[in-house]
Design a protein around this ligand. Structure first.
Ligand SMILES: [Zn+2]
Length: 449
C-alpha cells in the first residue's frame, strides 16, 4: 500500500542520510527471507545490537557536545566498543541533567526536528525528546515483530492514551497505522473532547477490536460501560487489550480479561525511550524489543551491570534514533532479565518488571513491588479494581473497595488481612472505602509518607 507523502516528508525522509540508513538493508534482508528480528538466534540479534550501538555512539560523538565530552572523560578516544559487555564502560545518562534542557542530547540541527514529546514531569522539570520525521516514520518502523503483534488492516484500534505532550497516544497511532495498516480511533484519555460515554459509543459504532490504554482506564471504561448500558464483551467485540503506562499485576490483568472478554497483554515503554518490552500471549514477562533497544540491568547503587536473573535498575540504549538517542539511560524502573525460553519462538530476552524504584514498599526489612502486592490483593474476587497502598513507617495500610460481594466491610477487611498474611506473610491494616477517586490521569495507588 502506498501512502501519500507530503512535501516536508519528501524532503526530510526520502533524501535522508543518517547513521541509520545502513539498517534499512539489514531489515530488508530479513524481510526478503521472511524473517523477523524477534526469531533470530540471540547471537545474531547481539551482532546487530553491537553494530547499532556503535553506529549510535559515532553519531552522538560527532553531533553532540555533552555525549562527546562524557565519552572523552570516560577515556574514549574513538566512539567504539568491541563487545556488548564493553557497553558497561560507556557513561550512563542520568535524568537530572536532561530536565528542562531541550538541547542537552539533541544530535541534529533543530530544524530537522519533526516532533517533540515531553515527560509528565511529576518528579521535577520535564525531559524533552525530539524526533526527526525519519525517526518516526522510517527507522522506528524498521523492526517487525509479527509474533508479538497480530494486528492487521481489518482491525480497528481504539487508543485511549494521552495525545498531549507525551508519546503514548501518537506513538501507538503511528504503530497501528503505519506498521499494521489498522484503522485508529483516537479516543485520548481525559481530554475535554473525550468523555467516557463518547469513547465507548465510538468503540461500539466502529466495532473496535483492539484497545490500547492504561490498566486503570481499562477498569474505568469497563465500570462506566454499565452506567451507559453498553455490554463491553458483546457491543464492543475486542480481541485484544494492550496495557501500558502504569504497569500492573497478572491478577489485575486476569480481572480485566474476564470483564472485557478478551486477551490482555502488557506493553512497556516510555516517552524517553519509546518501546522497551512487549508481552507475547504466554504472558511470562516482557520480551525486550531488541530491534529498538538494548536493555541492561544495573545495581542502582554501584552502577555495576548485573547478570541474568538479578533484579536492578533498567538501563536503556535506543538503537534506531537519530534526533535524540538515549545512550545507557537510567529509567528509574526496576526489573530483571532472563534469556528467552519462551515457546512462542521469540528469542528476545524476557524482562520482569517490578515497578519504579521510588514506589517500592519497604515493609519490615523487605522491599515489595507494588505489582506483587496488587497481585495478591486482586486474587480476592470481592475486592474492586481501585485501591491505595499507603505506607507509613513501615506499616502498610490497604484501602480497598468492595466488588459484587455480600461480605460486610469488616468481613472483607479480615479476609484481605488473612489473605495477605497467608500469601506473602505481611501484616497490614485494611480500610474498606466506597469512594476511592477515579482518575483520567495516571492512577495514584502507592502513597508513601
Ligand atoms: Zn514469548
Amino acid at each position: 500500500m502506498e501512502k501519500t507523502q507530503t512535501h516536508k516528508m519528501t524532503v526530510s525522509v526520502d533524501r535522508h542520510s543518517s547513521h541509520l540508513e545502513q539498517f534499512k538493508d539489514f531489515y530488508k534482508e530479513l524481510d526478503d527471507q521472511g524473517q523477523t528480528i524477534e526469531k533470530l538466534p540471540h547471537e545474531e540479534i547481539e551482532v546487530y545490537q553491537l553494530r547499532a550501538i556503535n553506529a549510535t555512539l559515532r553519531h552522538v560523538w560527532n553531533h553532540n557536545e555533552y555525549y562527546h565530552s562524557k565519552l572523552a572523560e570516560a577515556g574514549f578516544t574513538e566512539p567504539k566498543i568491541d563487545s556488548l559487555e564493553q557497553l558497561a564502560s560507556v557513561p550512563m545518562l542520568e535524568k537530572d541533567p536532561l530536565r528542562g534542557d531541550k538541547e542537552k542530547i539533541l544530535c541534529v540541527n533543530p530544524k530537522e526536528i519533526g516532533q517533540v514529546h515531553l515527560t509528565s514531569g511529576t518528579s521535577g522539570k520535564p525531559i524533552y525528546t525530539a524526533y526527526t520525521l525519519a525517526d518516526q516514520y522510517v527507522y522506528d518502523l524498521l523492526p517487525k515483530y509479527l509474533e508479538l503483534f497480530k494486528e492487521a488492516d481489518d482491525d480497528v484500534a481504539a487508543i485511549a492514551l494521552p495525545y498531549e505532550f507525551a508519546l503514548p497516544g501518537l506513538g501507538f497511532q503511528r504503530l497501528f497505522q503505519f506498521a499494521f495498516g489498522t484503522a485508529v480511533l483516537s479516543l485520548g484519555k481525559g481530554g475535554y473532547m473525550a468523555p467516557v460515554d463518547k469513547s465507548l459509543e465510538l468503540m461500539k459504532e466502529y466495532q473496535a477490536t483492539v484497545l490500547t490504554t492504561t490498566p486503570s482506564y481499562a477498569a474505568l471504561l469497563a465500570e462506566e460501560s454499565e452506567n451507559y448500558g453498553i455490554k463491553i464483551g458483546e457491543d464492543i467485540p475486542l480481541k485484544k487489550i494492550w496495557l501500558t503506562g502504569e504497569g500492573c499485576s497478572p491478577a489485575f490483568r486476569e480481572r480485566l480479561e474476564k470483564w472485557w472478554g478478551c486477551e490482555v497483554s502488557f506493553f512497556y515503554g516510555s516517552t524517553e525511550c519509546g518501546v522497551i518490552g512487549v508481552e507475547c500471549s504466554n504472558h511470562q514477562g516482557y520480551h525486550v524489543m531488541e530491534g529498538h533497544v538494548k536493555v541492561e540491568i544495573i545495581d542502582p547503587d554501584t552502577g555495576e551491570v548485573l547478570p541474568y536473573g538479578r533484579t536492578g535498575e533498567i538501563v536503556v540504549t535506543t538503537l534506531l534514533r537519530e534526533g535524540m538517542p538515549m545512550v545507557r539511560y537510567r529509567t528509574g524502573d526496576l526489573g530483571k532479565l532472563q534469556p528467552s525460553q519462551c515457546d512462542c519462538g521469540t528469542k528476545m530476552d524476557v524482562l520482569q518488571l517490578r515497578g519504579r524504584i521510588e514506589h517500592m514498599l519497604r515493609i519490615g526489612k523487605e522491599d515489595y513491588s507494588p505489582f506483587m502486592i496488587e497481585h495478591f490483593l486482586m486474587e480476592i474476587p470481592d475486592v474492586g479494581l481501585w485501591y491505595h497502598f499507603k505506607l507509613n513507617e513501615g506499616m502498610l495500610t490497604i484501602e480497598a473497595e468492595k466488588f459484587r460481594t455480600n461480605l460486610s466491610d469488616e468481613q472483607l477487611a479480615k479476609k484481605i488481612q488473612k489473605h495477605m498474611a497467608d500469601r506473602i506473610g505481611i501484616d497490614c491494616e485494611v480500610v474498606i472505602r466506597d469512594d476511592i477517586p477515579r482518575t483520567f490521569g495516571k492512577a495514584t495507588r502507592v502513597i508513601i509518607n
